[in-house]
Design a protein around this ligand. Structure first.
Ligand code: SGN
Ligand code: CA
Length: 503
């Protein structure tokens, strides 16, 4: 690439590393994602890519600003990105890029005109069927399936909307595969008759770690709801198994569907509903049903993300843009697909702290490269700026990935993590650090540190903070934790305004 590169930044919502076949070539492949695999074959994958705060709005703000949550002001789902915050999009626009963002935004305030020439975003979480988009001209409802429409709209901008004299930044931001995991009609029967393998920790009892884990409200067979999660409107004799939990908004999408869409949906889900309605399920049968149904819906949503990634790559090929365009695929955080009994995210534990990161960068990254260094979502903004020849502001806390790509070197001694939303889904506020081998977690409302040896215990089932054999490791990790908090300017007092309601 001799001229300034274009960037196609593809961000999905809650797409777990476990649900991309290219990222699990030496392990269990739950599904196939041929287009993401193509991207990985033609580019590089970052095997140790993590977020700093495993929840949507904060992670997105950290991606945009290259800063930890405390520095950009977005600690929770309710916070808005402060007006004075520079984003990589705005900096690229200032430097002469044509910029656009379509899809899920979820930053409480609208995208800024200083950042994007063009934007169309779904309000809040958005809808899977016939979604509304906020546009500069007001709200527009579009018929169809959200992942397809979002892709249509960004491709339309690339084709007809942008200033073709300029290099571009195009952000394609999928709502999928976020809860309530509603697949596109063409994938209703993708996994018919298929059984998904179970993760080894599907029946975790939460022993040997901080007691507070037991208060979580994100267990598949306990805290889902029949209707929007499991797609069963009449659970008959099994109804008592799931109650109402505060994290469910209860809204549902059936009333958005056209009569034809609803009819097709009802046919597709009839067998599932009949099974529940007509059988008294044992504990085991119910747990199995909930897990299998969850994975089927979630992974069917992933299928439409993957084929739309394929459409976007095909567009770049067709227009001769692929050689001049850096393509990045990531999600705003990881997700649990049954590990520790869970759906959702938030915890510093591996499945939610990890983020998929695949980068195709012609001339820079050789196809099929796998990078081992620790990288974090705060690194993306400085990477994009450096790649495009724009100066990185001094207050950005991330480090450009270019050094990893060019020299293969580590750019972080340890990664700092801090989740602030004490209470939602029964997850406490906590922070900690991760190195290649160890993780130190501070459950500060409980005044308890947990220490995990990821090499011996990759599933994070036992804290070693009281193990005398780990005394030195613990004190070393404590010192590094203090150092990380200093580097990132995390003040003495923890948490959002120091208030911690009951979980
Ligand atoms: C919704 C979900 C939660 C989820 C949050 C945050 N409930 O509230 O399960 O944790 O979004 O997700 S739902 O019943 O409304 O789907 S995030 O991706 O925006 O962080
Ligand atoms: Ca998310």
């Amino acid at each position: 690439m001799s001229k300034r590169p274009n960037i196609l930044f593809i961000l999905s919502d809650d797409h777990a590393v476990q649900a991309i076949s290219a990222l699990n070539r030496d392990g269990v492949q739950l599904n196939q994602t041929p287009h993401l695999d193509r991207l990985a074959d033609e580019g590089g994958t970052f095997r140790n890519s993590f977020c700093n705060n495993s929840i949507c709005t904060p992670s997105r703000a950290s991606i945009l600003t290259g800063k930890h949550s405390l520095q950009n002001g977005v600690l929770t789902l309710q916070d808005a990105i402060a007006k004075d915050q520079m984003t990589f999009a705005g900096l690229l626009k200032n430097a002469g890029y044509a910029t656009a963002l379509v899809g899920k935004w979820h930053l409480n305030n609208k995208p800024k005109d200083e950042d994007f020439d063009f934007w169309e975003v779904v309000p809040g979480q958005g809808s899977y069927y016939n979604p509304d988009y906020m546009t500069r001209q007001g709200m527009v409802r579009r018929e169809g399936y959200v992942s397809d429409i979002t892709t249509d709209r960004i491709l339309a901008w690339l084709e007809n909307g942008r200033d073709k004299e300029k290099p571009f930044l195009a952000c394609l931001q999928f709502k999928a595969p976020h809860r309530p995991w509603m697949p596109a009609p063409r994938f209703y029967s993708l996994f018919d008759g298929h059984r998904f393998p179970e993760p080894e920790t599907l029946h975790d009892d939460y022993s040997n770690r901080c007691e507070i884990l037991k208060q979580n409200r994100m267990e598949i067979a306990k805290h889902m709801n029949w209707n929007s999660d499991l797609k069963v409107r009449d659970a008959g004799p099994n109804n008592h198994r799931l109650g109402n939990v505060p994290e469910t908004h209860g809204e549902y999408e059936y009333d958005r569907m056209t009569p034809e869409q609803l009819a097709a949906w009802n046919v597709a889900y009839a067998e599932r509903e009949a099974y529940v309605k007509n059988n008294v399920l044992t504990d085991e049968e119910f747990e199995d049903f909930a897990y299998q149904s969850y994975l089927k819906d979630y992974l069917s949503c992933v299928a439409a993300v993957d084929d739309n990634v394929g459409r976007a790559l095909q567009y770049l090929d067709d227009r001769g843009l692929a050689e001049d365009t850096i393509v990045v695929y990531c999600a705003d955080q990881g997700f649990y697909l049954g590990e520790h009994r869970w759906f959702d995210k938030r915890w510093i534990f591996e499945e939610s702290m990890r983020m998929p990161l695949i980068v195709r960068w012609p001339g820079k990254i050789e196809g099929g490269t796998v990078y081992e260094p620790l990288v974090q979502n705060i690194d993306y903004a400085p990477t994009f700026l450096e790649a495009c020849g724009v100066e990185i502001p001094g207050d950005m806390q991330g480090t450009s990935l270019l050094r990893v790509v060019e020299e293969g070197t580590e750019i972080h001694d340890e990664l700092y993590y801090h989740y602030y939303m004490h209470g939602d889904h029964g997850v406490p506020a906590h922070d900690g650090i991760r190195t290649h081998r160890y993780k130190l977690i501070h459950f500060y409302t409980e005044k308890e540190f947990n220490l995990i040896d990821l090499e011996r215990d990759p599933q994070e089932l036992k804290s070693l903070h009281k193990d005398p054999a780990y005394e030195d490791v613990l004190s070393n990790m404590m010192a590094r934790y203090e150092k990380a908090r200093e580097i990132y300017h995390i003040p003495e007092e923890n948490g959002p305004k120091g208030r911690f309601p009951q979980l």
